[in-house]
Structures are given as C-alpha cells and as structure tokens.
Design a protein around this ligand. Structure first.
Ligand code: FAD
Length: 300
C-alpha cells in the first residue's frame, strides 16, 4: 500500500523499525517475531540499511520476504553513502519488481573503518538529491511512483548547527517529493512539538511521525547516545533510572513507563504517527500498547 493511501485512511499510524540480522538463524527468529505483529495492524514496518550499504542484500531480502509472506507493509531504508547512481537505480528496480512501493530516503552515516571513503565521490550528496532521484523513478508497475519518507531531527542534526538552514534543507527534501517525515528518537515531547510547529511555520505540511525508543537497559541507552548523536536525555528520565539502583528489571519497567507517558501525551497532541525504534525486540512495544489501552493500532 502506498504511504499516501495509508495516511488517507489511518487517523494515527503506528509503525515499527527493525534492522536486518546478520545470521540466518537470527533472521528466522526476527521473521517469526515480526509475523506475530500482524495482529497489531501496524501501518508499516521499516527495515534499516547498514552504513554504506553494508546490509544491502539483507535489507532487500527481509523487505521482500515481509512483502510476499505477511500482510505487513515493509518500507526499506536507503542511503546515499557509498552509492553510485547505477547502484541506486538497480536497488529501486528490484524493489519495484517486488511490488515494494515505499522508500525511506536518507543521507546515511559514513561507515566506520572504511579507508579512503570520500563523501564527494557519492552520486548523491544529501538525502534531498536521493529523494529527487527516487521521485523520478516510476516505482512498481501501475503505481503512482514510490512513496517517500525522509528523516527529521527535532533536536537538530549535529552536521548543521545552523537550525534555520537545517529547516530550509528539510523543506527542500519535502519539495523534492517526500511524502512524510519520520523523526529521530527524542525523550522530551516539547522538542517534537516545537519541531512540528517550526515545520508548519516553514510551510512543511506533510505528516510528521514521532520516533520513540523505549529504554530497555542502561547499556542500550549509552549505545543510543552514540548512534542518535545529539539526542538529549532529560534529567527527569535519568533521575527515574537512577532510582532503579542497577536493578535491570526496574530499568526496563521505567523505560516502558516513560515511553508510554510520551506516547500518551503525543496522542493527546494529535500526533500523525508514532514510529517505534524497537531494536528488534517487540515485547516492550507490546507493553506500551497495553499501557495505552490499545488492543491494536486501529483501536485508537
Ligand atoms: C528515521 C531515521 C532512520 C534512519 N535510518 C538509517 C539507516 O537505515 N541507515 C543509516 O545509515 N542511517 C540511518 N539514519 C541516520 C541518518 O542517515 C543520519 O543521521 C544522517 O547523518 C542524516 O540523514 P538525513 O537523511 O537527514 O541526511 P541529509 O538530509 O542529507 O542531512 C545530513 C546533513 O546535511 C545537511 N543537509 C541536508 N541537505 C543539505 C543541502 N542541500 N546542502 C547542505 N547541507 C545539507 C543536513 O542539515 C544535515 O546536517 C536514520 C535516521 C533517522 C532519523
């Protein structure tokens, strides 16, 4: 289903993000886990793309498998880093052949440990260039072209300290053909709500989905602070985690409670969608559904 049709028919979208596992065994486990999520009537599930295309085939295979064997709508991530125009054309052709009709178009982070990588050699310098290219592709036969998502950063992207310019770049991505924005994870809803207001003032009128990550462990939080560079961890959250005194179950419960509160407030604020960074674990997210009193995504 095209993302524009999903937004037309769904009041609030719920979606999950997964990364493709590296071994066949882990893949089977994840696939079984994802299949169970069909009951939650998710708007879509998205599958990440490893730095510099390192999961190119794995992302493709998981996406196509989900498309062919489940009722879920899979959205592959695609990044500019380390790709030529031919690479991207080939990837899009394969998705189109498989009937995959949506793409999340991203800049991508440079792969670590890849000697000699030069950004200037990439065919697409910014996600906006990739959006333009994807938009020009016809998409699957009989479709209205690929539905396109882009990333947004409520607390700002560290690569562009000038927040006014950053908003101009985001507007350019939307003007090039993006249908929606999915945000980086955040822990203070005020950052998201202010970002949403700033987008409206800049004339950005596509749906904005809020990225939520339930904290499952102190270690996971530390890792996320690295990956989601710039994300702020509010004192309220750190105080609550400190009160757990190292009890790992308590940390998990606090993380789920905190994310549930965030979701509840965002729903009160008429958020268009909530995108869960699941880190391939859906248990926490299911508990959030339960905490919100939702049987599935349609019961909102
Ligand atoms: C929802 C989501 C999913 C993600 N999934 C993945 C994934 O699967 N794989 C992965 O490798 N990474 C992923 N990332 C990380 C993301 O690729 C990086 O954070 C990247 O640095 C920024 O991506 P972008 O799409 O915003 O890039 P861009 O839009 O290209 O922005 C990157 C930087 O360039 C600036 N910029 C943008 N346009 C211009 C312009 N025209 N001129 C000058 N400067 C410009 C921006 O302000 C920003 O500072 C994801 C991030 C999010 C929020």
């Amino acid at each position: 289903m095209h993302i524009r049709d999903i937004f037309k028919t769904t009041k609030t979208t719920f979606s999950f993000e997964f990364f493709p596992p590296k071994t066949a065994e882990a893949s089977e486990k994840l696939y079984a886990e994802i299949s169970k999520l069909e009951a939650y009537k998710l708007a879509f599930v998205s599958v990440t793309y490893g730095a510099g295309g390192s999961t190119r085939e794995l992302t493709h295979d998981l996406v196509v498998r989900l498309k062919q064997h489940t009722s879920l709508v899979p959205i592959p991530h695609l990044t500019c880093v380390c790709h030529t125009e031919d690479d991207i054309q080939h990837i899009l052709d394969r998705y189109a052949e498989a009937g995959v009709c949506n793409i999340l178009a991203l800049g991508g982070d440079p792969p670590s440990g890849l000697d000699g990588y030069k950004k200037a050699d990439d065919a697409f310098q910014h996600a906006g260039d990739l959006v333009r290219f994807v938009h020009q592709h016809g998409g699957p036969a009989d479709s209205e072209g690929f539905g396109i998502g882009v990333a947004g950063f409520p607390e700002g992207h560290p690569g562009t300290p000038n927040r006014l310019k950053e908003m101009d770049y985001l507007k350019q991505k939307v003007d090039e053909g993006a249908d929606y924005i999915c945000t980086q994870l955040f822990f203070d809803n005020r950052d998201f709500l202010d970002f949403r207001d700033r987008c409206a003032l800049a004339g950005i009128d596509v749906p904005i989905l809020a990225g939520i990550m339930p904290i499952a462990s102190r270690h996971g939080m530390t890792r996320m602070a690295e990956l989601a560079a710039g994300a702020r961890f509010p004192a309220k959250l750190i105080r609550a985690l400190d009160r757990c005194n190292g009890d790992t179950d308590a940390v998990r419960r606090v993380g789920i409670h905190y994310a549930t509160q965030q979701c509840s407030e965002l729903l009160d604020q008429d958020v268009k969608g909530i995108h869960f960074y699941t880190l391939n674990q859906s248990t926490a997210t299911r508990e959030i559904y339960a905490g919100l009193g939702l049987r599935d995504s349609d019961s909102i």
